[in-house]
Design a protein around this ligand. Structure first.
Ligand SMILES: CSC[C@H]1O[C@@H](n2cnc3c(O)ncnc32)[C@H](O)[C@@H]1O
Ligand SMILES: [Zn+2]
Length: 434
């Protein structure tokens, strides 16, 4: 099949032949978005056959914390302290965002995620109906949240509740199994206790997720103790926010008891090592404590203004290196575990049905180049993928049984780059005349 004939972003029956899985040559049959068989097969009746000789097959990566449309803010404000970065640069620019900006920013982000092997992401931002348009056109999976910031006023709280319900309705109406909705209370320092409680109750009533920032900085912890007399995780738990459907981003400053609490509630901690290092949060996520407490640990990039890319291969490496550096223990978070955090754990947290290459799992699969510098020599597959390669190693991306990138080709790439670049320039121009 030539590149022109690939039915991009359409579920197809696919036969992947001769791929390498855990060091063995294998075929994989995909039908109706599900992996049907793994192992040599004589069947040849698929709509699409991919000869993957020379490629490694692995589960697609899952980004559990981002603000996709912030791709338009890549490089806009770097090398600043978190609070000043947000209040002096990011929020004043975001005040000029339009729905079209979020559409093109999210298209750009999806393009980057697909190119680097990500098949699902957890997103919190504004104008999320337009983000949903972009996500559907890209074909990737996403869990979308309206970023709920009420700044402790009743008027704003009412508006944020309305916006959250409207987004939920919008996503339900699309009837797209790759799209889901979560409540998005931004953080305990931007959302009132009433707002938090409303989010918690809504999530129980409608069985949906919650996406929140937690314990990113020491100041957040100190302020929480000073104001409420308890640490952030206990405060959020008292308001019903810590559930098995919650993804808490950052979690750098959790203490051991808070790690236990996340374990008890089965709340996922989304680790964002690049963003934490760039914004100089000062503490690495307490990975061992979270693991000992059986709390799920997943991987995110955060937005492009604090990363500045969405490449989860880079993030897996940074997660492993940061733990080793911070704990002075080179045995902590080995490569195979980092891969699992970036794939299986994220898939479980977002309930994609994928994350494993085995029959019955969602066909969220990527093919990566084995004939390349970062894979030579090939002593250890996990080591190469985590420590040596980055997202450029990805050749083909399949999500929900649909091909999104084949042989490094993604439809409409040039047009998306052009439109997103123009949207970013216009956004900054609007801010500068204001
Ligand atoms: C309400 S939508 C999300 C909101 O969060 C802002 N944001 C981006 N990165 C961070 C971060 O590291 N900590 C806290 N808030 C962050 C983003 O700019 C949006 O305003
Ligand atoms: Zn964030």
């Amino acid at each position: 099949m030539t590149d022109q004939e690939i039915p991009y972003n359409q579920r197809s029956s696919i036969l992947i032949r001769n791929a390498s899985l855990n060091g063995r040559k294998t075929d994989i049959r995909i039908e109706d978005g599900i992996i049907r068989s793994v192992g040599e097969t004589k069947e040849r009746d698929a709509e699409i056959t991919i000869d993957a000789a020379g490629d490694i097959v692995m589960p697609g990566l899952v980004n559990t914390h981002t603000h996709a449309a912030m791709s338009l803010l890549r490089g806009y404000a770097d090398d600043m302290v978190l609070f000043e970065w947000l209040s002096e640069k990011i929020w004043p620019l975001e005040a000029h965002l339009t729905g079209d900006d979020v559409y093109w920013g999210t298209r750009l982000a999806c393009l980057e995620m697909i190119r680097t092997g990500t098949i699902a992401f957890n997103d919190m931002y504004f104008f999320m109906d337009r983000a949903a348009d972009a996500v559907e056109e890209a074909g990737i999976r996403a869990c979308l949240s309206h970023g709920f910031i009420d700044l402790f006023t009743e008027e704003k709280r009412e508006a944020e509740m309305k916006a959250s319900v409207a987004l939920h309705k919008n996503i339900r109406a699309r009837n797209n199994p790759k799209l889901s909705f979560a409540l998005g209370p931004h953080a305990l320092y931007t959302v009132s206790p009433e707002g938090l409680r409303w989010c918690a109750e809504y999530s129980v009533e409608h069985d949906c997720g919650i996406h929140i920032h937690l314990s990113e900085t020491e100041q957040e912890v100190n302020d929480c103790i000073a104001t409420h007399g308890v640490r952030p995780a206990a405060y959020l738990d008292a308001h019903g926010i810590l559930t098995s459907r919650t993804v808490a981003a950052h979690c750098c400053w959790l203490d051991t008891d808070e790690c236990r609490l996340l374990g008890e509630r089965q709340t996922a901690a989304s680790h964002n090592p690049a963003s934490n290092m760039k914004l100089a949060g000062g503490r690495a996520i307490p990975y061992s404590d979270l693991r000992n407490a059986s709390a799920p640990v997943t991987l995110g990039t955060d937005g492009c203004a604090s990363n500045n890319n969405l490449d989860l291969f880079e993030e897996m490496k940074m997660a492993a290196l940061l733990q080793k550096f911070a704990t002075r223990d080179p045995t902590i978070l080995p490569a195979a575990e980092s891969l699992e955090i970036g794939t299986k754990n994220g898939a479980e947290a977002l309930r994609t049905g994928g994350g494993v290459i085995a029959p019955g799992y969602a066909a969220d699969i990527i093919l990566v180049d084995r004939d390349t510098i970062c894979q030579t020599p090939f002593h250890n597959g996990s080591s190469n993928l985590v420590y040596s390669c980055n997202g450029t190693v990805v050749k083909t991306v399949i999500c929900d049984g649909a091909i999104l990138m084949h042989d490094r080709h993604i439809p409409e790439e040039e047009a998306i780059l052009e439109r997103a670049g123009k949207a970013a320039s216009a956004l900054v121009a609007r801010r500068n005349v204001a």
